[in-house]
Design a protein around this ligand. Structure first.
Ligand code: ATP
Ligand code: MG
Length: 385
């Protein structure tokens, strides 16, 4: 009798001729997720099986596998040969909690000698005998014991299913670069786009020495949480100090954030082209702060030609916070820190910047030169899951 983990996908089912491409990506990502254990992965259609592991690693494996984009459910199962005696023996291993249960038998192996309903009834009797405070209930039951008799000669028995993150396999959707601050929103935005299968890169702008090493570490810590889901990725740290000093010195302070955003977007796009990314991701949410009005977004959007994905654009802050808590970035995001946007923060930033005024202010600095300098001074940090 072998213990193993069965994983199932759902959305990949909807794929046609290219389903194999998504399945292979999911397989590769699963192999990567478990590579610190001695487990192996088998792939058979919509089911992936992780086995050959040390039982002490099971919890760790579950924690890792529930975060692999593409899977919707997993179950820890017992595996036996397709024989009635072996199956009935395995049933004795299950402790069913007090309450109601049903047995669901699926018989893909049509040579198996007993029909599904009859086997379910025999299994039910054993469960009732070994777990006296349980009752059979075919609908609205508390627990379901599934017995899956496969054509490959193996039967899988499992009691519980654990929800996984869902989404599409990392790498299946191409590459995107995410503007990652140390705040609550942008890690959630990065997560959402990564969840749809994008391989992500992160870019962070800092104003050292106005911003501290600790602020930088915070972004690295956030990126490490993201990497638990989307795998290792590269984080680009850009020194933004000179840009801010120039704007501060030469432009109307009301336009500080507006011009900063435009320069951030230009730098990000240049890097995006180099990395062959097809999209830029931000954590903007409509109307959340002064720079996220429709006019603010026109202003920052108009300097780039790559699509900008804003997965949080219609989300309320509370909904964003819920996701941040669920994925584990919230507690890091709320640590006190300085962001480059809080340095030289104007007292009254312009809320609805008119593009013509922005252009006049921006013409007072040498944007191209500043962008070029920033791109020459990038520090790359490899983030490991
Ligand atoms: P967040 O919580 O993501 O910081 P926010 O609500 O604080 O968002 P802003 O400060 O207006 O919003 O930033 C809007 C978006 O611009 C962020 O979601 C992020 O994508 C990007 N951004 C802001 N500051 C930085 C930074 N220092 N480095 C990289 N990207 C940034
Ligand atoms: Mg911010």
């Amino acid at each position: 009798m072998e213990r193993l983990i069965i994983l199932r996908y759902s959305e990949i089912h909807l794929k046609g001729a290219n389903r194999g491409f998504f399945e292979r990506a999911l397989y590769d990502n699963t192999v990567r997720a478990i590579n610190s254990t001695k487990a192996t992965v088998d792939k058979g259609g919509a089911r992936y099986i992780v086995k050959d592991y040390n039982v002490v690693d099971e919890k760790k494996l579950i924690s890792k596998l529930t975060k692999v984009f593409g899977f919707n459910w997993l179950s820890v199962a017992l595996c036996v040969d397709n024989s009635v005696d072996s199956i009935l023996d395995a049933v004795k291993e299950f402790k069913i909690p007090n309450g109601t249960f049903r047995v669901t038998t699926r018989r893909a192996d049509k040579d198996f000698p007993i029909h599904s309903n009859e086997l379910s009834a025999r299994i039910g009797e054993i469960v009732l005998k070994n777990n006296p405070n349980t009752k059979v209930k075919l609908e609205n039951f508390d627990k379901e014991l599934t017995v899956d008799i496969r054509e490959n000669g193996k039967t899988y028995l499992y009691l519980n299913s654990i929800k996984c993150v869902g989404g599409m396999p990392t790498g299946s959707a191409g590459k995107a670069i995410c503007l990652l601050s140390g705040g609550i929103d942008s890690p959630v935005a990065a997560y959402k786009i990564a969840k749809r299968g994008a391989k992500i890169y992160g870019i962070h702008f800092h104003s050292y020495p106005y911003t501290s090493e600790r602020a930088k570490q915070k972004v690295i810590d956030l990126a490490k949480v993201l990497a638990q889901y989307c795998g290792d990725f590269k984080l680009y740290f850009v020194s933004f100090t000179k840009v801010q000093e120039e704007i501060h010195k030469k432009c109307n302070s009301k336009f500080m954030i507006t011009i900063m955003r435009r320069i951030m977007m230009r730098i990000t796009e240049k890097l995006a082209y180099k990395l062959k990314c097809k999209a830029i991701v931000t954590g903007e949410s409509l109307g959340q702060v002064a720079s996220q009005t429709m006019e603010g977004i026109i202003s920052s959007n108009s300097v780039v030609s790559l699509p900008v994905y804003r997965p949080l654009i219609g989300d309320d802050k509370n909904d964003i916070i819920d996701v941040a808590k669920e994925i584990g970035t919230f507690d890091i995001s709320i640590l006190p820190y300085e962001d480059c946007c809080t340095v030289f923060l104007p007292r009254n930033p312009i809320i609805k910047p008119r593009l013509e005024s922005v252009l006049i202010e921006e013409s007072k600095i040498n944007v191209d030169e500043l962008v070029k300098e920033c791109l020459q001074n990038i520090e790359i940090i490899q983030i490991k899951a």
